[in-house]
Ligand binder design. Structure first.
Ligand code: ADP
Ligand code: MG
Length: 704
């Protein structure tokens, strides 16, 4: 783009050096083009003015009232200083509060004059207040007002105090438009614009900032969202197409002793779902193309076994296999269960585990065993990625609980043999279809949709702090019946200190209530050494301790069939999929299991919805969809609170699922016909693809 769109933003009238550097550091706007593509995150109908008493708790998004300033006061001093402005209309009174930019606002507002106040209402004990609203004299508002639908731009504290609140940014866009209007050229080929009935780019960009009507706004959004999602899909599908057209995959066409003897010695029949997935993997591994498959299955659905069967297939064909898990505990647990399963197969004694805690001597032996082929199956943590870990002939890689690994780490495993090994990524976090299409669009997807038979659905209850005694009674009954209990505390970086305090206090409270020798309470958390952690985990597994207090480290994978109760403390602080993962730690044996969600009394509406959903259903896919909806629709006032798993400019994977699917279909057609995007009619699409490539490669950790 050799045109005005690449001009530095400081040259836009009204910006200058200081604001330019703020725009860059706060919201990443560096050029005219960046500003043009800085879309309003929502639009409001600015013709609607509420009366103060009309505003209720139902009004959770931006509204405006028209009110006169009664008095202006400041409270507190220094950093605690607040500016309080009382306003009233004929129906009632409200309070406006500022914590920052007090001097600037104080100068701007005059007692006795009437303003339009625009912001997010808070209602507390029946009284209406606004924190950091926008205010504008009524006469200014009326003279300026022409568009009925107006954009609200996300902004930050620092920008706002420099006069670049939403309205200030809107002002910049107004002065930008006439300068760049002529420079905007269409990015999509005419046959797509027409075929998809899209508005042209210039119209879309105009209407997203200055919508003449609601309909025009919808068309602009539709066009821009399509372009974004289409650009991403072009990248994903190109990668997939080059993977499936290159003949570079190992071929596993032999079914031998490893596979057969494992099958024969299984203590239970595989479920239909497990068998189907194994078939899919077998089909993939005889095509001569590299397999890249995502295996989704709810916690406890038996993914590990599917992985093991597939690894045995690799071994039968003369290859080695490895399995990477996100934590030490989990890696050791996989190792232990794999060792048991291969007891009566030729792989006995050929399985090893490698983690960061493996001692130097053992480590050397393992590395040698990998090189000479004695070790056929290696289980481990991130330690497997290191360059020193070299295989004689690695053919199959399993990555468990993908969301703990970045995409780069996944890619690193590709380089462990001359030809990339087949990759099976497993996740228990159910990923809604449209999200999977965007995050993992280059992977094939298998789903285990049925749990092994005989599992009883877990019963879930939500209790408040005041019902803790009831909880204790319940735990005692379960322990008396011979069962074990997890108690999990949230642990978040930002509040680590306070979180540990809660955990220690909770632990003290429990050991006080559940006294030795009748009861034994253990703990695992991040402040312990690996040895302590493993020891305490081991005690719990062996049934020596009745209660295990933990941070969310046990979230992934731990398997103690005798544990039937999962208590989650401060449950309102966990995300829905995390709650579901934790709940999946129980209900693994034949006994009835329970999940108890403990929470404080005051919950936000969203927290209530989350806990309610947990009580209502145990279906992981439904919960994941709900989670995405709850978060995707979250408050968007700031810049980084969109709740989306990764940064998109305008589209939302959760809310625009239809456009995701549509963009995918169109991209599929294009790539099938023209894999390298070199036909004349597709001119410009390679550029579009490059512009969006890499967007989807964000660590999945963000939505877990
Ligand atoms: P996931 O990794 O999907 O959470 P696991 O592979 O850990 O699940 O399996 C959970 C438990 O179910 C394990 O104890 C496993 O041995 C058992 N299991 C796996 N497949 C079956 C099956 N087909 N029938 C009965 N139990 C099974
Ligand atoms: Mg597992």
């Amino acid at each position: 783009m050799q045109n005005k769109l690449t001009n530095e933003i400081k040259y836009l009238p009204g910006v200058g050096e200081r604001r330019a550097s703020l725009l860059a550091s706060e919201v990443g706007i560096r050029t005219f083009g960046d500003l043009l593509y800085y879309f309003p995150f929502r639009h409001v109908d600015r013709t609607r003015i509420f009366r103060i008493t009309e505003v209720t708790e139902e009004h959770t998004s931006y509204i405006q009232v028209r009110a006169r300033v009664m008095n202006i006061t400041t409270q507190g001093a220094g950093a605690k200083q607040r500016l309080i402005v009382r306003v009233a209309d004929s129906s009632g009174a409200a309070e406006l509060v500022w914590f920052k930019g007090i001097k600037w606002i104080g100068k701007k507002i005059e007692a006795g004059r009437e303003y339009i106040i625009f912001g997010k209402p808070n209602i507390f004990k029946g009284a209406l207040s606004f924190v950091h609203p926008e205010v504008e004299l009524v006469e200014h508002f009326l003279s300026r007002q022409n568009a009925s639908v107006q954009g609200v731009y996300s902004t930050t504290e620092r920008l706002t105090t420099s006069g670049l609140g939403s309205k200030g940014i809107y002002g910049l866009v107004c002065s930008l438009w006439p300068l760049v209007e002529e420079e905007i050229s269409e990015t999509l080929p005419p046959y797509i614009v027409e075929g998809c009935q899209l508005v042209d780019l210039r119209t879309a960009l105009h209407d997203i900032h200055f919508p003449p009507s609601n309909e025009a706004l919808r068309n602009a959004e539709r066009r821009l969202k399509f372009e974004e999602l289409f650009g991403i899909q072009l990248g994903i599908l190109s990668r997939r197409s080059s993977r499936t057209t290159n003949s570079n995959g190992f071929i596993f066409n032999r079914v031998g002793d490893h596979f057969r003897s494992l099958y024969a010695s299984l203590p239970f029949p595989l479920t239909d779902a497990q068998q189907r997935v194994i078939k899919e993997i077998r089909a993939d591994t005889v095509t001569g193309h590299q397999m890249n498959r995502l295996l989704q299955g709810d916690v406890g659905s038996g993914k590990t076994l599917v992985a093991l069967v597939s690894m045995m297939l690799a071994v039968d064909n003369g290859f080695q296999a490895c399995m990477m898990a996100p934590t030490e505990i989990l890696a050791r647990q996989h190792f232990a269960s794999i060792e048991r399963f291969v007891e009566n197969t030729p792989a006995k004694g050929c399985v090893a585990v490698l983690t960061g805690a493996t001692r130097a001597k053992e480590r050397r032996e393992i590395l040698a065993g990998l090189m000479d082929g004695r070790i056929k199956i290696l289980v481990g943590t991130h330690a497997l990625i290191e360059d020193t870990v070299q295989f004689a002939n690695l053919g199959f890689v399993v990555i468990d609980e993908q969301h703990r690994f970045g995409v780069e780490q996944r890619a690193k495993m590709w380089t462990k043999n001359q030809i990339a090994p087949h990759i099976l990524v497993m996740t228990a976090t159910p990923i809604p279809r449209t999200l999977a299409m965007t995050l993992y669009g280059d992977l094939d997807i298998s789903v285990i949709d049925k749990l092994p038979p005989g599992r009883k659905p877990i019963r879930t209850r939500h209790l408040f702090e005041s019902q803790r005694l009831m909880l204790h009674g319940f735990i005692k009954r379960e322990i008396a019946a011979g069962r074990q209990v997890y108690v999990v505390y949230p642990l978040i970086k930002e509040s680590e200190k306070a979180d540990y305090k809660n955990l220690y206090e909770g632990f003290a409270q429990l050991t006080d209530e559940f006294r030795e020798p009748t009861y034994r309470v253990g703990a695992v958390h991040g402040k312990m050494t690996n040895e302590e952690k493993n020891g305490n985990m081991e005690d719990f597994k062996r049934g020596i301790t009745n209660i295990l207090v933990a941070t969310s480290v046990i979230e992934v994978g731990v398997d103690v069939p005798n544990a039937t109760v999962m208590v989650i403390e401060s449950a309102e602080r966990f995300g829905l999929s995390q709650l579901h993962q934790l709940r999946g730690r129980v209900g693994r044996g034949g006994e009835q299991s329970y999940c108890v969600l403990m929470s404080g009394d005051r919950l936000t509406r969203e927290a209530k919805a989350r806990l309610g959903a947990m009580v209502e259903t145990t279906d992981g896919f439904r919960l994941a969809e709900l989670d995405l909806k709850l978060r995707g629709a979250g408050d968007l006032a700031g810049t980084q609170q969109s709740g989306e798993p990764f940064e998109l400019r305008i589209a939302s994977v959760s809310r625009d699922s239809q456009i995701v699917e549509w963009a995918r279909r169109v991209a599929e057609k294009v790539i099938t016909e023209d894999p390298t995007l070199s036909l004349p009619k597709n001119r410009g699409l390679a550029e579009l693809r490059a512009q969006y490539s890499g967007k989807e490669q964000t660590d999945f950790a963000m939505i877990s």
